[in-house]
Design a protein. Structure first.
Lengths: 73, 379
């Protein structure tokens, strides 16, 4: 499945998201948010599952997701 | 030196705490939440693990655990953050200056803030009643200690927090002397817990935590780089980064994680049992000496520390004498103007005996033997 990048609020929320998704057996890595996706030195999570599914998990734990983009294969 | 000044900061630290602090200094070199390279993310991961441990310990969410320099910073963040728009604040008559001074400063500098001091009474019911009687329509916050750093007296904070919950008042708990020896959790009216990391949680000096239940957004008293929202001039407005401007104390935080592990593994009840036993032994034996007065009352509960006075010398002289004979205790006023005024000890102060889990009965016996000498022949 194609990977996506989701910008989150901070490194703390990126860590929280990573633990949450990894604990559910889902791929998640942390990286700096690229310039075109955020408004400063933020952090993003790299995922490869259905985004609606990922967003529903993040929403359930109040992890705000600011913007996202698909990562070219 | 036999160390009985653990209410100021615990010593020695558990080996695991020292090992983790060294590990962090040696290997966790990146700046967490800043640079984004692998080292930086690895450090951020280690810091987040400590947030999780502290959150679990106090029944909070990891993102609502703010690392501070000490308990005083945590209290200032909470109190000033809640009170910035004004209102009425109540504190107790035994508060440490960490609570009374920021409250006093707010009332002095912000004409929209007023301050009341509730008297801690002989009975808990009366103390709760004293707090209740001071509540006004505009009371926004009650800030009080879990246990006195001067006498060890445990205050009825759970009951007062319950009153706050009922009346929609923010409750801030100063858990400096409670964390690690009392079961303290967020909830049931407690909105913020402030505590030192270097006392009952056995982390290194320079560590503290502010724990929020997230119900009361805080304004800031320090702004700066947070590693988030960097292109905006407006301060980051979400926890924990909002209150963690500037680079955080990574070795200290990592040591705190090991300290929390140590407390959990040893067990709060076991730590408390051991320290209570030493305090009871000390209080009983020194209480029998005719020239000493121990500050304990039979109908009150105490955190593990004992303060006392000596008839023929002030507390500074007593602690200096003991220091010269190899005992570390704290004399004076313990940064607690209100408490010493309340106790009537603002002239000579008190000498405080505060053991930790590493102290032994033999060490207490040695101290008591020395005090018996003082009792018989003076200093």
């Amino acid at each position: 499945m194609q990977k996506s990048l989701i910008a989150v609020s901070s490194i703390t929320y990126a860590m929280k998201a990573k633990k949450l998704l990894n604990n559910m057996g889902l791929y998640c890595e942390i990286q700096k948010t690229p310039k075109n996706l955020g408004s400063g030195c933020g952090y993003s999570i790299r995922v490869r599952d259905d985004l609606r599914y990922i967003f529903s998990i993040l929403d359930s734990e109040n992890i705000a997701h600011k913007a996202y983009q698909k990562i070219p294969e | 030196m036999i160390y009985f000044d653990n209410s100021a900061t615990t010593y020695p630290k558990p080996s695991a705490v020292l090992n983790r602090a060294e590990y962090a200094s040696r290997y966790l070199g990146g700046n967490p939440g800043r640079s984004g390279h692998k080292m930086s993310v690895r450090v951020a991961d280690e810091v987040y693990k400590v947030r999780e441990k502290v959150a679990d310990f106090f029944n909070a969410k990891p993102e609502n655990v703010v690392f501070t320099l000490n308990c005083t910073h945590a209290i200032n963040f909470a109190m000033k953050g809640v009170m910035q728009e004004g209102g009425h604040i109540i504190i107790s008559s035994l508060e440490h200056n960490a609570v009374s001074r920021p409250a006093f400063a707010l009332a002095q500098t912000n004409r929209n803030v007023s301050l009341s001091v509730a008297k801690v009474a002989d009975r808990n019911e009366k103390t709760v009643s004293n707090f209740k009687s001071l509540i006004r329509k505009n009371t926004k916050c009650i800030c009080m200690m879990a246990a006195s750093n001067v006498t060890g007296e445990i205050l009825p904070f759970n009951e007062i927090a319950a009153v706050c919950k009922k009346k929609g008042i923010c409750f801030i708990l100063d858990a400096a002397q409670g964390a690690g020896v009392m079961d303290i959790k967020l909830g049931e009216g407690i909105n913020f817990i402030c505590c030192a990391g270097h006392k009952g949680l056995y982390g290194l000096s320079g560590t503290g935590v502010l724990i929020s239940d997230g119900k009361y957004p805080l304004s800031t008293i320090i702004e700066g780089g947070t590693g988030a929202t960097s292109l905006e001039l407006k301060q980051t407005d979400f926890l924990p980064e909002q209150l963690e401007s500037g680079t955080i104390n990574v070795p200290g935080i990592i040591s705190l994680g090991a300290g929390v592990d140590f407390v959990k593994k040893t067990g709060i009840n076991n730590i408390r049992r051991k320290e209570d036993r030493l305090c009871d032994m000390f209080a009983t034996q020194v209480g029998d000496l005719n020239n000493f007065t121990v500050i304990r009352e039979y109908n009150k509960k105490y955190a593990p520390l004992v303060s006392f006075s000596y008839k023929n010398a002030n507390s500074f002289e007593v602690t200096e004498y003991l220091s010269n004979r190899g005992f570390a205790l704290r004399g004076g006023f313990h940064c607690s103007a209100l408490a010493h005024k309340t106790l009537g000890t603002e002239e000579d102060g008190l000498t405080r005996f505060s053991p930790a889990v590493f102290n032994s009965e033999i060490e207490v016996k040695k101290l008591v033997t020395e005090l018996k000498k003082v009792n018989n022949i003076g200093i």
